[in-house]
Design a protein around this ligand. Structure first.
Ligand code: SF4
Length: 430
């Protein structure tokens, strides 16, 4: 049997390195000049109010610009770029495309920019669940998938297959994080519905404890490309330090497609995996008694129990999870009263013995509305909740959370990258 080919190329400049990565995996082999091509970067989120570090979080614009340039030179003219970023609470696609300079691609080459959240979706039945997929993605002749080389607190790695989740609507994303469905058994099935022709993993940066800006980025300077999304993910995952057997959604994909989980069954062209393999932690260390991140211990915090997020927490609430923890930290400077438990997602049930139980988000409120173990419920409504409202609700309870503490943390993270030459914002803001 012919082995799938994956190229690994050192990144020196976007144009040259991408051409080499495509050449080594013969990436454009089955593309026809008349094809409608959809480029799907990872633009999961951005923050316009607080300093945002894009490194390892979103696809570098320099790579997208180089890809469009190459496609145009090769004679392709029907090109669009599509993404369905997190809605918090409104979609940010148009603003994000503008920030990243994508409008130049629109003006220069007629590239169509599509925020899937504002376009049409078609529902597909997967038997045990249904997902609504962006029509633009279904109607494309070829999709070029451009994820980032990153870890993920819920899925361990977020690469080509995971990036497809950005093609479904908000309701379907919630279904993927449903308590009835196992997250790792939902989104991988999108790969069977979409005309996925090429995957290019942007490894200019890689991210530990991803997928959002609360993770830590490193410069990696690699591109990984293949016409086979699973093979590409297998290599990307190995570079981050994870075998397929350790990554539930890749394992599920391998089993359901009768694919080998062995690297020896892939032909790697270019760089050696072993020369670039690393191991990045995918999640935060949590206290054994599930009372919060290990940092709580460092800060001497007692009487506060933030339960560890699980796979039912969708990206909307995940986006606010770290800020919420930072805000709580700001309120508990050595004080232990009142004692507070924080519940999130769709399956966490409140425990006994706390003065207040914060139910963060509509899901936690709904599940725990009749929970007799709760002394006093503090519901923070929203899907996801709003942090300004969270601050107000907590202050009403005598818990002086301070959003500006979180902003200071974000400034600190932003400045940490700013001081290092390898973290070039120019790779994003074109
Ligand atoms: S409340 Fe949060 S976890 Fe529940 S559906 Fe909304 S975003 Fe998802």
């Amino acid at each position: 049997m012919t082995k799938p080919v994956v190229s690994i190329v050192k990144y020196s400049d976007p144009d040259h390195s991408l051409r080499e990565a495509l050449r080594l995996c013969d990436g454009l082999r089955f593309f026809n000049k008349s094809d409608k091509i959809l480029i799907k970067p990872n633009l999961v989120s951005w923050d316009f109010e607080v300093p945002f570090s894009p490194f390892g979080v979103v696809t570098t614009s320099a790579l997208i610009f180089a890809l469009v340039q190459i496609l145009v030179e090769e004679g392709f003219s029907r090109i669009s770029i599509g993404e369905g970023p997190v809605k918090v609470p409104k979609t940010i696609g148009a603003r994000l495309f503008k920030t990243l300079g994508y409008e130049k691609l629109e003006r220069r080459y007629g590239v169509e920019l599509v925020d899937f959240n504002e376009d049409k979706f078609e529902t597909r039945d997967f038997g045990d669940f249904k997902l609504s997929i962006a029509r633009k993605a279904l109607e494309a002749d070829k999709i070029i998938n451009v994820p980032v080389l990153k870890t993920h607190t819920q899925c361990k790695v977020s690469l080509g297959i995971k990036n497809l989740k950005g093609c479904i609507n908000q309701k379907s994303k919630i279904i993927c994080h449903g308590k009835e469905n196992i997250l790792d058994h939902t989104f991988p099935r999108l790969a069977d519905q979409l005309p996925l022709a090429l995957t290019i993993i942007d490894g200019v940066f890689m991210l530990e404890k991803g997928p959002l800006q609360s993770g830590k980025a490193y410069r990696k300077n690699l591109l990984i490309a293949s016409r086979d999304v699973y093979a590409c993910d297998l290599v990307g995952s190995a570079l981050l330090g994870y075998d397929v057997g350790e990554v539930p959604h890749l394992k599920f994909f391998a089993e359901s497609h009768h694919r080998s989980t062995e690297l020896k069954d892939i032909r790697v062209e270019g760089e050696n995996i072993e020369d670039h393999r690393t191991h990045l932690p995918y999640t935060w260390e949590w206290a054994e008694d599930n009372t919060g991140p290990m940092d709580f211990k460092k800060h001497g915090i007692k009487g506060l129990a933030v339960r560890r997020y699980d796979s039912t927490l969708c990206t909307g609430c995940s986006f606010h999870f770290s800020p919420m923890v930072f805000m709580l930290l700001s309120a508990f400077k050595g004080k232990t009263n009142p004692s507070v438990e924080v519940i999130t997602g769709k399956i966490q049930e409140a425990a006994e013995g706390f003065d207040r139980t914060v139910l963060f988000g509509n899901c936690a409120i709904s599940l725990n509305k009749n929970n007799p173990k709760i002394s006093k419920a503090v519901p923070v409504k929203g899907c996801p909740p709003d942090l300004v409202n969270f601050e107000k609700i907590m202050k009403d309870e005598g818990i002086n959370c301070d959003y500006s503490e979180y902003v200071r943390y974000r400034e600190h993270v932003f400045n940490r990258y700013k001081e290092k030459d390898e973290f070039e914002t120019g790779l994003y803001l074109m």
